[in-house]
Design a protein around this ligand. Structure first.
Ligand code: AHM
Ligand code: MG
Length: 336
């Protein structure tokens, strides 16, 4: 008989690492895992939409309302967090304002705040390329029963109690950390469970892959341009030239680099002084995971996890990956 460990079993075992834990965080992670399976089912059906009816606020041939997948994912995760009762506030990329779940009464005593990008890389859905979900979990600061304040909602990345991503790819995987290493689970569709497949993940300290949208090259800061040229130079000792790989789904680019070693960069450009990616539900959770796996995450001038957030949808430049490669970029930036 093959011995497998499911996400649910693993979460319960790990609860013992937190002596005063009452199981709320475990339940919250489990709720996210369940929503991820439902989103996975829909993502995998995406190609059939043309047969069953068009996406949008239209009705398919069965009379069912077809929703855009990112909207569907957003609703699914929020519903799971609401019903689970462990989350008092959700900030989502899909929602201009955060959602207070305490109003429902269900989460009245809920301790946790979740920031989520329900379906990242959504431009890739229609072309059958991997997309992902990214989430970040914080503990509320204000006492239970009292109103949440800005302090609760805008905590820096070091305060994350857990973070993770789900990649809907050739296999679907959930990777998460609670600050004690990073573990990866692959969905086994035959039993409908995420099973531990990548325990204690570590990113190699260096690699051969650089991931950046080079189409924006002319608008990049000088330090980044110089680093790209460095990646392309021939040098046997440092294994260059590196290989360029850019999917345009952050989760997929980060996941590959986590496994193989590499660097992912989304810098500021002339037109986007803070880059494109969002701090609270894209960069912070990814930075937490990559640091826990032994890598680094910086804006070019500061550690991403130390940024004091000013607003829920704030953007920051991101330089994330193998520690030696991030250090090299920072050297170029410092000299430029
Ligand atoms: P999204 O949240 O609208 O999907 O945008 C985020 C995505 C990231 O997954 C990816 O790294 C980046 O946007 C790609 O952007 P670009 O096409 O500008 O390179
Ligand atoms: Mg996104």
């Amino acid at each position: 008989m093959i011995s497998i460990k499911t996400l649910g079993q693993f979460i319960i075992e790990k609860q013992a690492d937190f002596p005063y834990a009452k199981g709320e965080l475990s339940r919250l992670l489990r709720d996210i895992g369940i929503a991820a399976k439902i989103v996975n089912r829909e993502v995998n059906k995406a190609g059939l939409v043309d047969i069953l009816g068009s996406i949008g606020d239209s009705t398919n041939v069965f009379g069912e309302n077809q929703k855009k997948l990112d909207v569907f994912a957003d609703e699914q995760f929020i519903a799971a967090l609401k019903d689970g009762g462990e989350c008092c506030f959700v900030a989502s990329e899909e929602q201009e304002e955060g959602i207070l779940l305490t109003d429902t009464g269900v989460s009245k005593d809920a301790k946790y705040i979740v920031c989520i990008d329900p379906l990242d890389g959504s431009s890739n859905i229609d072309v059958n390329v991997s997309v992902g979900t990214i989430f970040s979990i914080y503990r509320r600061i204000s006492p239970l029963g009292e109103s949440l304040t800005e302090q609760d909602l805008l905590q820096n990345g070091l305060k994350q109690v857990a973070a993770g991503y789900i990649i809907y790819g050739s296999s679907t995987m959930l990777v998460y950390t609670t600050g004690k290493g990073v573990n990866g689970f692959t969905l086994d569709p035959s039993i409908g469970e995420f099973c531990l497949s990548n325990p204690n993940m570590k990113i190699p300290s260096s690699g051969k892959i650089y991931s950046i949208n080079e189409g924006n090259y002319s608008k990049f800061p000088n330090g980044i341009k110089q680093y790209i040229k460095y990646c392309q130079e021939e040098d046997v000792a440092s294994n260059r030239p590196y290989t360029s790989r850019y999917i345009g789904s952050m989760v997929a680019d980060i996941h590959r680099n986590l496994l193989m070693g590499g660097i992912f960069i989304y810098p500021q450009t002339a037109g986007q002084p803070y880059g494109k990616l969002r701090l609270m539900y894209e960069c912070n959770p990814i930075a937490f995971i990559i640091e826990q796996a032994g890598g680094k995450a910086s804006t070019g001038t500061e550690r991403i996890l130390e940024i004091e957030p000013q607003e829920l949808h704030q953007r920051v430049p991101a330089i994330v990956g193998s520690s030696e490669m991030v250090d090299k970029v920072l050297e170029f930036i410092a000299q430029s």
